[in-house]
Design a protein around this ligand. Sequence first.
Ligand SMILES: [Zn+2]
Length: 289
Amino acid sequence: MPMDRDQFEALVADEASAERYLLRHCWENHQRFCPRCKSRKNYRLKSGRRRCARCRYTFQDFSGRWINNCNLSCRDWLRVMNLFAAEATARQVSLELGLSYNTAYKAVNTLRFAIMAHALDAKQLLGEQSCLGLTLSGRMLKDRPGPCGKVETPVFGIMDRREWVFVDLVPGFDAETILHFQLNFQLGLVRQGNVIYTDRYQRYDTLICCLGGSPAADYVRSSRRGVSIDTAPEGFWSYAGQRLLKYHGVTPQRFPLYLKELEFRYNSRTRELLPLLAACVCDLVPDFS
Ligand SMILES: [Zn+2]
C-alpha cells in the first residue's frame, strides 16, 4: 500500500525531516550504540561523528547499515523507497528523481538485499554456505562463484497459505533435480524463457528455478499437460507469476532477490510499505560469516 500523498510530501519537505524519519528507524529511543561491539559508551568528535569508548570504532548515524551503501540524501532515499513501493523500475526511479541510472539501480538493489536479509532463511541465502554466488563479506555484498566454483541454479519451493506465502530455498536441489523429476516421475513442468516451475511437489505448490547457463537448460521443455498452480484463481501465483516472468534476462544469481521481494510484497500487501522498507534499509547489515 502506498503512503498517503500529503503525509509523504511532509516527510520529504526538507532534508531535516527526512533524516529525522530515517534516524527513528536506525536508533530506538535515540540510543546510540557502537555498530561493531554494541557498547553504549561513546563520545562525540568535533566532526560530529562518534567514537566508541570501548573499541575505538568511529561511526556516524548510518555506519554499518544498508542505507550507507549509496551516496543519497535522506530525501532521495525516501523518494526511492516511495517509488519502489509503487513497483517502479530502476530506470523509472532514475528518470523521476534525476539520478544516474547506476545510482538508481544500486539503491533499488540495496533495498532488495535489505529485504532478503530480513527473510527467515536469510542465513542460507546470504551466508558463507550460500549457493547463490552472493555473499556478505566485510559487510559488503560480493558476487562470487558458489562453493563448487560455478554459479548454481538454486530451486525454491512456494507454499501458498493464502494469508501468507513462504518462498523457501530447497537445499540440495538444482535445475537437474527438477529435470530428473520430470523425466522419471512425470512431474509437470512449465518453461517460460529462463524460468521453470513445476506442478505440486510434496508440501510445495510449485518448485521454481531460473536456468541461466545451466547445462540442463538445453533439455528442459514444458510438459504436455499444464501445472495446477497456473489455474489457481487467487493467491500468490496470480499476484506474482506475471511479475516474475517479465524478468526475462534475469540471472540465477539475481532471481532469488526478485522472488524474495515478491514474497515480501505479497505478505505485506495490506500494509503501508514505506515504514517497512525504511526499517529494512536502516537496519545494520548482518554478519553471516
Ligand atoms: Zn565499539
